[in-house]
Design a protein around this ligand. Structure first.
Ligand SMILES: [Zn+2]
Length: 310
């Protein structure tokens, strides 16, 4: 079933870390997610290898949200694809057009040097080429229908995209991250609690929503397909559990001024190790390293949320 949508590995951070998805109809292309500047270049190269189609065949790019690992390459794509439009949540559209605030925020999270290495110079999207996608509306494109659901918890400008024909849901960062290489058996799903909008209750609501929508497969940006109702329900169970765990750490940040991000990272990792039997996954030898960036950014997000809620 996955054949009607191509998974293009953007190579962001490392292999199998960050996906760009591509639908091809009538020799034209609709992308979901752009990844970064370097990521979109690699995705377009893979698209050409797999289909023979160049960037000028791209008619659209649907973004789940504008965090730069998902949308940092959107402006660059518009430069390379003269016919393309960007489809984004109303709050995300603003940032795609004027990325200054986004860049400033991400520079705080990553530091200036790492930011430049990961993302480079962010190209703004021309306002006339950005289409706002309201909640529960549908985009018809060459016989495919993409329905948009605004989903909070990870970011207030986040949407999930439901391709109705195949019942495929693209969940961005709202249904966790799960890297195939982190496990030698089964899969571990870790919620993305990064700054600055993380809301544990809303995140739980979004997980319930995905579970109950009747999805046949999920396309995770980080990373890959989760196919079948059982696998999706299993992922939802893990996310529910780890979100409760994260909420506990958030409270710890609120109540204990000596609680550090590093301690939080250790606790999050211990939780993942401790839950392996319960959820039937076996962590690989590299799992700690593979999840390191997420755990650190998650701890930052929990600390931020704790400060805000007070
Ligand atoms: Zn994100």
């Amino acid at each position: 079933m996955a054949d009607d949508c191509l998974l293009l590995d953007s190579g962001y951070v490392r292999d199998e870390f960050c996906a760009v998805y591509a639908y091809v109809r009538d020799g034209r292309v609709m992308l979901v997610e752009s990844s970064t500047n370097a990521g979109i270049d690699r995705a377009l190269r893979l698209l050409r290898e797999k289909t023979g189609l160049g960037s000028d065949a791209v008619e659209g790019l649907i973004l789940t949200h504008v965090h730069l690992d998902h949308a940092g390459g959107a402006g660059r794509l518009l430069q390379l694809a003269p016919d393309a439009r960007v489809y984004a949540h109303p709050r995300a559209a603003r940032h795609a057009i004027d990325p200054a605030k986004l860049v400033a925020g991400a520079t705080v999270v990553y530091g200036a040097e790492v930011f430049q290495r990961l993302y480079g110079d962010i190209v703004p999207c021309a306002a006339a080429r950005v289409v706002v996608t309201e909640h529960d509306t549908v985009l018809d494109w060459r016989g495919l229908q993409f329905r948009f659901f605004h989903t909070r918890g990870h970011a207030n400008h986040h949407q999930c995209i439901f391709e109705l024909g195949s019942k495929t849901l693209f969940t961005g960062d709202s249904f966790g991250v799960s890297y195939p290489a982190a496990c030698t058996s089964g899969r571990v799903f870790v919620p993305a609690t990064s700054p600055t909008d993380f809301d544990a209750e809303e995140a739980q609501k979004t997980v319930r929503f995905v579970r109950e929508l009747g999805v046949a497969r999920v396309g995770l940006t980080h990373m890959g397909w989760i196919e079948g109702a059982d696998a999706i329900a299993g992922a939802a169970d893990q996310l529910k559990f780890f979100l409760s765990f994260a909420a506990y750490d958030l409270k710890r940040f609120q109540s204990d001024p000596t609680f550090t991000e590093q301690e939080c990272v250790s606790l999050l990792w211990e939780g993942i190790v401790g839950a392996s039997e319960r959820f039937g996954y076996v962590l690989s030898a590299d799992a700690r390293e593979i999840l390191d960036l997420d755990l650190r950014v998650n701890a930052q997000g929990l600390k931020y949320a704790a400060g805000r809620v007070s």
